[in-house]
Ligand binder design. Structure first.
Ligand code: SAH
Length: 219
């Protein structure tokens, strides 16, 4: 992916991104491929120009329709948990939002499917992603609580919105050895990893999380 605004102008430059990656390292992110992807993808291209100067702060930012782009640490952490040090094959992301995490995933996985329930948000994201020419990413307007059966099973499923309970369809679409990374809970949320092991699904609670809710149905 080429950096459209790479000429070094202030808050959106490659140097600002390198500093963000240093902060991610200090915060405990160790996966080299994840750090490389975070350094390569221009996060400011995924938010409105008015807030582009804040794109490399470690915070969530508004992307319209009451939704947010997850903070850089959150994206890096979730993708690292999904990878577990391996190269990823086919991945499903639930909650495309502005497409930032999808762009990161496309750099560390062979094939990425990402679904979003808000049609207008997805239209804008498609327009934003188009010039980046990410060839291994497919987007679809659908309710991700049902997964995406047509491309299942997945080696990894990553959910960018908090579920009250883990959707059964997502477990069913997880390949043997596959991993699901999902925030679970309402007021108190936890980031949870579910592994599809030989003897069944193994759930591990990772750390507290804060996400917008995973809603059913499309809009
Ligand atoms: N990965 C995104 C984060 C977006 S926030 C990024 O990098 O910006 C979470 C997104 O999940 C929102 O856009 C919200 O509309 C979407 N979402 C919530 N419930 C959903 C569902 N059931 N299916 C698909 N998307 C959903």
């Amino acid at each position: 992916m080429t950096d459209v605004i790479s000429s070094g102008i202030g808050m959106t430059s490659a140097r600002t991104r390198a500093r963000m990656v240093e902060r991610l390292r200090s915060a405990g992110i160790v996966d080299a491929a994840v750090l490389t992807a975070m350094e390569a993808v221009s996060r400011h291209l995924f938010v409105d120009e008015a807030i582009a100067s804040r794109a490399y702060e470690d915070s969530a930012l508004p992307i319209g329709w009451g939704q947010t782009i997850s903070a850089p640490y959150t994206v890096a952490r979730m993708v690292e948990l999904l990878k577990k040090g391996k190269k990823l094959g086919k991945v499903l992301e639930v909650g495309t939002g502005c497409g930032y995490q999808a762009a990161i995933l496309a750099r560390v996985a062979k094939e990425v499917y990402s679904v979003e329930r808000i049609g207008q948000l997805l239209d804008r994201t498609r327009a934003r992603l188009w010039p980046l020419k990410i060839r291994n990413l497919r987007l679809k307007h659908t309710d991700g609580t049902l997964g995406l059966p047509e491309a299942a099973p997945y080696d990894g499923i990553i959910v960018a919105a908090a579920a009250t309970t883990i959707p059964e369809a997502l477990l069913q679409q997880l390949a043997p050895g596959g991993r699901l990374v999902i925030p679970v809970g309402t007021h108190e949320q936890q980031l949870v990893v579910v592994e599809h092991g030989e003897t069944g699904f193994v759930e591990t609670i990772i750390e507290p999380a804060r996400f917008v809710p995973l809603l059913e149905d499309t809009a």
